[in-house]
Write a protein that binds this ligand. Structure first.
Ligand code: G
Ligand code: G
Ligand code: MN
Ligand code: NA
Length: 256
């Protein structure tokens, strides 16, 4: 795998795919959204995991055109699902932004274009940004988040709890969701420390008016504990893996 050259060609040749992982309401059990997760279908090596190519794409800057395509594709898909059932429950589409994308001067313009061209309502798009990215340069972050919020999209802090954050940023940044990192969710059944942490994050988020998404939910026990803590949403293998769009469509059709 010649990562650099192959990646550049992958952007040009359209070798990326987007998979969709359902996000479920813990109150109703309904699918209330999806997280878009990119995959690379290499012509010789097959499916390459994002952990292998995202860091390279980030280093080379290819993450910018790749991420732009993911954003456009995810918005088109969200709109297509909405059109299949216009009177259905409103669902959101979450898209990950890496550091290079977040710092790129064209970000807000790219997001505005993806919304306009897909016809997706801005309020149905959630942009996920990690704690370390928003904390990197707090002053310019406030400006960028403000530009994005002005478009009407929602913002999520991804991998919450893994950064070196001083929690005070949560009051200054206009975020809507906290996504609790799966490393905390993992242990809530066995480790009382993890359970206290997650429960504390849920209470903190609610006190600040934010919704909480638990990532990496794999068992019924974790689900029950999270529900007891008042966590709002969950995603993880317990519900579904990230699915190709056709399989996600089937899952939605069954949900009617
Ligand atoms: O999709 P998992 O299936 O392996 O994803 C691994 C990592 O890659 C996660 O940290 C996820 O946030 C990141 N990732 C997946 N898809 C995208 C994407 O479209 N853009 C960016 N920037 N990161 C992504
Ligand atoms: O960093 P981010 O939260 O965007 O990463 C999402 C990653 O988590 C993807 O790689 C996705 O495939 C993975 N993932 C989603 N659900 C589960 C789960 O229940 N267990 C584990 N181990 N990984 C999961
Ligand atoms: Mn994410
Ligand atoms: Na995460």
């Amino acid at each position: 795998l010649r990562m650099g050259t192959d990646l550049r060609r992958a952007v040009e040749r359209g070798e990326f795919r987007v998979h969709y992982q359902p996000e479920v309401s813990l109150e109703t059990g309904e699918v209330v959204g999806f997280e878009a997760l990119v995959r690379w279908e290499h012509p010789e090596h097959g499916l390459v995991a994002p952990a292998r190519f995202i860091p390279v794409a980030e280093e080379t800057g290819l993450i910018v055109p790749m991420g732009r395509w993911v954003l456009e594709e995810a918005c088109r898909q969200a709109r297509a699902w909405q059109d299949l059932r216009p009177d259905g429950p409103p669902r959101v589409m979450s898209v990950n932004l890496s550091a290079r994308q977040f710092e790129h001067p064209d970000l807000a313009r790219d997001v505005a274009r993806a919304l306009r061209e897909s016809g997706l309502e801005p309020g149905r798009l959630v942009l996920e940004i990690t704690e370390s990215v928003v904390m990197n340069d707090a002053r310019s972050t406030v400006g960028t988040l403000g530009e994005l919020k002005a478009l009407g999209v929602r913002l999520a802090i991804d991998d919450f709890g893994t950064g070196y954050s001083s929690l005070s940023y949560l009051r200054r940044f206009p975020v809507d969701y906290l996504k609790v990192d799966r490393s905390f969710v993992d242990g809530i059944g066995e480790d009382p420390g993890d359970a206290v942490l997650v429960s504390g994050i849920v209470d903190l988020a609610h006190a600040l008016g934010l919704n909480v998404v638990a990532e990496g939910v794999e068992t019924q026990e974790q689900l029950a504990l999270l529900r007891g803590m008042g966590c709002d949403l969950a995603q993880g293998y317990h519900f579904a893996r990230p699915l190709p769009s056709e399989e996600a469509s089937t899952l939605l059709a069954r949900a009617r």
